[in-house]
Design a protein. Structure first.
Length: 278
């Protein structure tokens, strides 16, 4: 397809970026995405969620490029319903989850495999997570999980307890084999070393035979920083945390003010992928 946006890949985070606080997508964003695609642009999500738990959003927005999911741990093609690429975590990641869960029995622990999420330790954060995402409750003991693991997610409600968990995990003897990221206010994750949203961006560009410099990424939280830095142009929404705004090339309107539409409007006005135009 030809058009003024041909060769451009626009990637967005979901919660706090594309989605409004009520978890809906505005009409303005939907119309802008449709226009961007009609002019040859490629639009997709880069999300911490599993692909099978984004289907309701996918059916409404309908990206025309593969989705980077699991915080960069996989790239999924909804047309074929297959992963194009995955990064399996070392099995020691489950040991770390069990280690933290045993020491801190009040935290929630979920083990994310590539097709299912297992809940090994329950708390209110995990219950809210399932309610918001629609993920089924699959309780499991750590030793029962035999599938390849993508990441571990901990749920912690209190900020002081969250800090204790982070310190505890960073002090683990195997900590240098993994990366850690705070993906939401109450969620903290263990990922394979070098796996993040930013590492997924050039991989997606390669799969689509696009110039990585012709990519745009927009997000709001700490786990979005790597993709904002990896993109040709990185945007922070106005409601983003301070560290994301510092990492971004540009700051756009908030998720309640149709941020994707604002970015497409920037493109329409001639925003280019060069330093002098940032």
């Amino acid at each position: 397809m030809q058009g003024k946006f041909k060769g451009i890949l626009l990637c967005t985070d979901l919660d706090g970026t594309l989605l409004r606080e009520d978890k809906t997508v505005s009409r303005e964003n939907l119309e802008a995405i449709s226009y961007f695609q009609s002019q040859g642009g490629l639009f997709t999500f880069v999300t911490g969620r599993m692909p099978f738990f984004v289907e309701n959003i996918y059916s409404i927005v309908q990206p025309n490029a593969p989705v980077a999911c699991i915080n960069g741990g996989g790239i999924f093609d909804y047309r074929t319903r297959c992963y194009l690429w995955t990064h399996e975590a070392p099995r020691e990641i489950v040991q770390m989850a069990a280690y933290a869960g045993s020491a801190m029995p009040d935290i929630g622990v979920q083990v994310n495999c590539f097709d299912r999420i297992f809940f090994c330790q329950e708390n209110e954060v995990m219950r809210v997570f399932r309610q918001v995402t629609g993920v089924p409750n699959l309780p499991a003991d750590y030793a029962e999980i035999k599938e390849p693991v993508a990441k571990i997610v901990f749920g912690v409600a209190e900020e002081a307890r969250m800090q204790q968990l982070q310190e505890f995990l960073h002090a683990h003897p195997l900590a240098d084999r993994f990366d850690f990221i705070r993906s939401e206010q109450t969620l903290f994750e263990i990922l394979p070393k070098g796996v993040n949203k930013g590492s997924a961006l050039p991989r997606m560009a390669a799969l689509l035979a696009l110039d990585p410099a012709r990519t745009i990424a927009v997000g709001d939280y700490y786990n979005d920083i790597s993709m904002i830095q990896a993109a040709g142009v990185g945007y922070a929404v106005a409601n983003a945390c301070g560290a994301v705004k510092e990492a971004a090339d540009r700051i756009t309107v908030s998720n309640e003010e149709h941020a994707i539409a604002a970015i497409v409007d920037d493109l329409e006005k001639g925003i280019l992928f060069s330093k002098e135009n940032r």
